[in-house]
Design a protein around this ligand. Structure first.
Ligand code: SIN
Length: 491
């Protein structure tokens, strides 16, 4: 048994998930070394997994390569059917998936359930999209030739996923790749590999052929990433994580001009204009800031509120934030789980200290909870200046800085004054303003009068140093397809 009772006691069908260590191919996972996965809320040991190395990755790539031809040659309908079966299996066991997710990541069970539903929605979307891969015919400039474009799978894909959405990020990368006819090697985050393992266990039952889906468990990502980026048989890297790691992987991919899709860091502004519905803006800000304890790439990082509505917004928002309960994600009353690790806790503490020294006012929270563990009070700081770290860096935690502004044009300039360009939000009602601001914000995604916008039907991704490419929607499928131009002459 590789999964402990601390995890199985939460499961309805523990027999399905009790041996997650054996999910990677045994011939590949020769690793004798193991690493441990812990519950960040309780510190309990959840599982011991094989700690795979670059040699294991190389073997997995060979296996994937030999499976590519067969998988790519299936009809779209056959690939779609297998994705549908996987989708059904995950939905049938969604409660167990949510429990595994809460145990290894800490997010409240209700959020975990919503993430599993979102992950399943990607599988559904791409099971459908698999049947809608179209080429083109082009009117040729002369009658003796015909010109066409066909679409073909990119080939073997290396996917590296983060700890904050351990299920939906796996589904968002893998399902379009499979639909397009690609095969995949996945390295899930070392903190949260169990949901990915459980998804792969059910993928076997869904009938994916051997070698199509390959899982790499590893306690650190460097060697795995290097092998994926430098092995010529891997044709594409899809990565979600920090801009810093993205930059490193991009360098490693550059020797082979490998295709990449990167979803990286953000520094999302959330702007409340004076024509906004303030109550709706408060609710939107709670969603955009405190979902997943502020640990999302699209979390609102800087709240700009126009002077006329500043005090009302700050008052109502602070009241809502103070009422958010922090604790173990299995407690149904809890809205905020733990931070993922001590490093995250140290960063948020440093941001609070810096803000206070520079004149910020703590309206609520501001402290860690307890001497051990990684729980932090949901926090609101007002009188925030643009020189403070909280206004410049991604906090990735439950800390909301409120910045007062007067000039509507100036706030858009300030919102854009960052190297990041992932997500932005604003609340306003004047239609002219809505269009002007939506078009002026230099972000890949803009939420207008909403604090949440992720959807399998929409292109998710960023501008500037927030990434390259888009995931989700039909664009997410194109990312795994090569365009090939055929020119037939002598006709
Ligand atoms: C993220 O990539 O961090 C956010 C994902 C989501 O909003 O679903």
């Amino acid at each position: 048994m590789t999964v402990t009772q601390s995890l199985t006691r939460h499961l309805k069908n523990p027999e399905l998930f009790v041996d997650l260590a054996s999910v990677p191919d045994r011939n590949v996972a020769a690793a004798t070394k193991r690493f441990s996965v812990f519950n960040p809320s309780t510190g309990e040991l959840l599982a011991e997994l094989p700690d795979m190395d670059a040699g294991d990755v190389s073997k997995a790539i060979d296996k994937a390569r030999s499976a590519q031809e067969q998988w790519g040659a299936l009809t779209a309908r056959e690939r779609s059917d297998t994705l549908w079966r996987w989708h059904e299996l995950i939905l049938n066991h969604s409660e167990d998936f949510a429990a595994i997710l809460t145990a290894e990541m800490g997010k409240p069970l209700a959020e975990a359930k919503s993430e599993i539903a979102h992950a399943a929605a990607y599988l559904q979307w791409y099971a459908e999209e698999a049947n809608r891969i179209y080429g083109e015919t082009i009117s040729a400039p002369s009658n003796d030739r015909r010109m066409l474009v066909i679409k073909q799978p990119v080939g073997v894909v290396g996917a590296i996923t983060p700890w904050n959405f351990p299920a939906s990020m796996v589904a968002r990368k893998i399902s379009p790749a499979l639909a397009a006819g690609c095969v995949v090697i996945l390295k899930p985050a070392e903190q949260t590999p169990l949901v990915a393992g459980a998804m792969f266990a059910l993928a076997r039952m869904a009938g994916f052929p051997e070698g199509v889906l390959n899982l790499i468990y590893a306690s650190e990502g460097d060697a795995v990433g290097r092998e994926l980026c430098s092995n010529p048989n891997v044709r594409k890297i899809s990565f979600t994580g920090s801009t810093e790691v993205g930059r490193l992987l991009m360098r490693q991919c550059s020797d082979q001009i490998k295709k990449i899709s990167f979803e990286l860091g953000g520094n999302a502004p959330f702007i409340v204009f004076d024509d906004a519905d303030v109550d709706a803006a408060v609710e939107g800000a709670i969603q955009a800031k405190f979902r997943n304890a502020g640990q999302t790439c699209v979390s609102a990082n800087r709240l700009y509120v126009q002077s006329n509505v500043h005090d009302e917004f700050a008052e109502k928002f602070t009241q809502r934030v103070c009422a958010l309960r922090v604790g173990d994600g299995f407690d149904p009353n809890v809205a905020i789980g733990p931070l993922i690790d001590d490093r995250s806790l140290a960063k948020i503490e440093a941001h609070v200290r810096d803000a206070v020294i520079k004149g910020g006012t703590i309206r609520c929270g501001g402290n860690r909870i307890g001497k051990s563990g990684t729980f932090f009070e949901p926090t609101v700081i007002t009188e925030v200046a643009s020189t403070m770290r909280i206004a410049q860096e991604e906090t990735f935690g439950p800390l909301a800085p409120i910045i007062r502004f007067d000039d509507a044009d100036q706030v858009v300039r300030e919102a854009n004054d960052t190297v990041y360009g992932l997500a932005a939000y604003f609340y306003a009602s004047n239609l002219k303003r809505v269009w002007r601001v939506a078009e002026a914000l230099e972000y890949g995604m803009v939420g207008i009068n909403t604090g949440r916008m992720s959807s399998e039907a929409a292109p998710f991704g960023g501008m500037k140093q927030s990434g390259i490419g888009r995931e989700g929607s039909r664009h997410g499928l194109e990312a795994y397809l090569e365009m090939k131009y055929l020119c037939m002459g002598g006709l």
